[in-house]
Ligand binder design. Structure first.
Ligand SMILES: CC(C)(COP(=O)(O)OP(=O)(O)OC[C@H]1O[C@@H](n2cnc3c(N)ncnc32)[C@H](O)[C@@H]1OP(=O)(O)O)[C@@H](O)C(=O)NCCC(=O)NCCS
Length: 188
């Protein structure tokens, strides 16, 4: 089942254009820029990072979840320039069912060039082939068409539509749940 060795040393991952590295406090300023951007946060249904302290606290929580062996939080950086582009996370690692949830954000400067598809394939491949997951789920705001298109492209299937199950900012919001089984992930 879950291969615990990946919690000893953070698994940094490489693709042809990207270097997925451990998210650390030094990334707080770039993360704050990302998570205060109107277009990025439109369907995230979480609070904008109004200041750098919020981003630092967010990073500390994610580092803790790695220490507690429940999640991996990668900074997506450009392989050549090292520029910070976004983040990608595997969280809620459920050992009993070998399942985890994936989450991702990219700065709008980099949208539409296949970067997130590239990052997701690498993280999913790590999740199935190294970490030992059996399935990965994603939870989206049903209005987030870009995120849905990306999930479908990778082979995720719609599994559920929950009505008004998420309370945020004074409203009960709907959620769509997608999932990918290891046997359906064809690009290794
Ligand atoms: C969702 C997001 C990560 C997509 O990143 P991206 O790098 O632009 O996506 P890619 O270029 O890899 O696109 C992958 C596929 O998604 C679809 N897609 C991408 N941009 C799209 C757009 N503007 N409109 C419709 N479909 C789009 C396409 O099917 C594309 O595949 P193709 O290039 O082979 O046609 C990015 O838009 C983002 O960060 N959004 C804000 C944060 C967010 O909502 N995160 C998800 C929370 S669930």
């Amino acid at each position: 089942m879950i291969n615990e060795q990946y919690f000893q040393e953070f698994p940094e991952l490489k693709t042809s254009r990207l270097f997925l590295r451990k998210q650390e406090l030094k990334h707080a300023a770039a993360l704050q820029q990302l998570r205060s951007n109107e277009d990025v946060m439109k369907f995230m249904d979480s609070d904008k990072h109004e200041d750098i302290e919020t981003s630092e606290a967010f990073i500390r929580r994610n580092l803790k979840s790695f220490e507690k062996k429940t999640g991996f939080f990668w900074a997506i950086t450009a392989a050549v320039s090292g520029n910070y582009m976004g983040d990608i996370i595997l969280r809620k690692i459920d050992r009993t069912n070998a399942r985890a949830e994936i989450g991702y954000t990219l700065h709008p400067d980099y949208w539409g060039h296949g970067y997130m598809k590239e990052a997701m394939r690498e993280v999913i491949s790590f999740g199935f082939n190294e970490l030992g997951l059996h399935s990965i789920e994603a939870n989206i705001n049903p209005a987030n068409e870009t995120s849905r298109a990306l999930l479908l492209k990778i082979g995720f299937m719609k599994e559920a539509y929950f009505r008004e199950n998420y309370y945020y900012n004074g409203k009960f919001l709907d959620s769509e749940i997608y999932s990918l089984l290891e046997k359906d992930f064809l690009v290794k």
